[in-house]
Design a protein around this ligand. Structure first.
Ligand code: PMP
Length: 365
């Protein structure tokens, strides 16, 4: 027996301590890359009680880079290595404003690659600072639409093409992103629910990797018994596409970040037909759920996570008491807190009034 294991034995024997042991903490993992995945599935007690269902959320804010996108970042890099597009000392280039860039910067540090991030110059200073602290070469460029050649994604592609031993990871249309969830997140949810004892899964999409990969795994593995639903913010075209076949925006913009789409990405395309429906989530519900999760569960989550949980409550009502609905906490509120917890910002979006008075004490900025 190793020194570490024998040292841990008396602790492990202590029943109360064992109750807190999770897959992630009960073993030694190899570096940053080894710590990605195996996140806990958290039962959200209050919303479960209210709906009579079991609402469970995959705690991706506990990933070492702080978000669900660590999984995609790792698989995009592995894919480039396997294809021979990236050799030791090479460069990873991506166009991203957020979590994928942060995940890639971590993986690149851990694997010895250079990381170049093109991002729209509208992004928060916190994200730019974090990416630079992680060693990424951050290149803010004017925020122009996708059909403009100077859009950050096209600049990333062209820069990668100009270098030797470099790859543009292309998270939106490279299906290595979706595959990360077929081989990791989907099987973890299956196992954590005691061999697929769940009725439905629901999540929002940005690139579509999370929803598509988990949907493919759970629906196929259960022979169609487990249903999967899209959760969509205002301004996205996917709600209408799933519900009535029209590629048409529902509402205008949203305060959520990293989710909502104007097109069907290559990651989403193969699994769109497996979805049972979609839930449109107004910003007022997402904001209220951010504060409720803090107040009721002590969880500090970003807006896309709160949107997912509200959508899960709607699916739980549909599936009925006793059902089990799984969703995702994509990241923590830390990257958005200057906005989400500011009264001036909430008022500027017309959302302060969405909060009941009992939650005003959390609006501290
Ligand atoms: N939530 C947040 C905060 C994100 O950054 C992203 C990724 N853009 C998502 C959800 C959606 O994940 P995916 O790209 O896998 O659809």
């Amino acid at each position: 027996m190793s020194v570490l294991r024998s040292a841990l034995r008396p602790i492990a024997r202590h029943a109360a301590t064992r109750a807190y042991a999770t897959a992630a903490t009960s073993r030694v993992v190899n570096g940053f890359v080894g710590a990605v995945g195996n996140t806990p599935l958290i039962r959200l007690n209050k919303v479960s009680e209210e709906t009579g269902a079991n609402i469970l959320a995959k705690a991706e804010f506990m990933s070492p880079g702080g978000s669900i996108k660590d999984r995609a970042a790792l698989y995009l890099v592995k894919d480039a290595e396997e294809r021979g597009q990236l050799r030791p000392g090479g460069t990873v280039v991506e166009g991203t404003a957020g979590n994928t860039g942060i995940g890639l910067a971590h993986v690149c540090r851990a694997r010895g690659y250079k990381c170049v991030i093109y991002m729209p110059d509208t992004q928060s200073q916190e994200k730019i600072d974090l990416l630079r602290m992680l060693g990424a070469d951050v290149r803010p460029v004017p925020a122009v639409a996708f059909d403009n050649e100077m859009n950050y994604n096209h600049q990333a592609r062209r820069y990668a093409e100009s270098l030797d031993n470099a790859v543009w990871t292309n998270q939106f249309d490279n299906v290595a992103n979706r595959n990360a969830h077929i081989v990791s997140t989907g099987p973890e949810i299956w196992e954590q629910t005691g061999g697929g004892k769940l009725d439905a899964f629901v999540a929002a999409t940005g690139t579509g990797g999370t929803l598509a990969g988990i949907t493919r795994y759970l629906v196929e593995k259960s022979d169609g018994r487990v249903e999967s639903y899209l959760a969509d913010p205002p301004g996205s075209v996917l709600y209408n596409l799933v519900e009535n076949g029209r590629l048409e925006r529902e509402g205008t913009g949203s305060i959520t970040e990293g989710i909502g789409q104007g097109r069907v990405t290559e990651n989403l395309k193969p699994d769109l037909e497996l979805l049972s429906g979609a839930v449109h989530v107004p910003d007022a519900e997402s904001i209220k759920m951010i504060y409720r999760l803090l107040d009721e569960e002590g969880l500090y989550v970003g807006a896309s996570s709160a949107l997912n949980v509200w959508a899960a409550t709607q699916i739980a009502k549909k599936k009925g008491p006793g059902s089990t609905v799984v969703t995702v906490i994509c990241d923590g509120a830390y990257r958005y807190q200057a906005r989400l917890f500011s009264r001036v910002w909430l008022e500027s979006k017309g959302l302060f009034s969405a909060l009941p008075e009992s939650l005003h004490k959390y609006v501290v900025l």
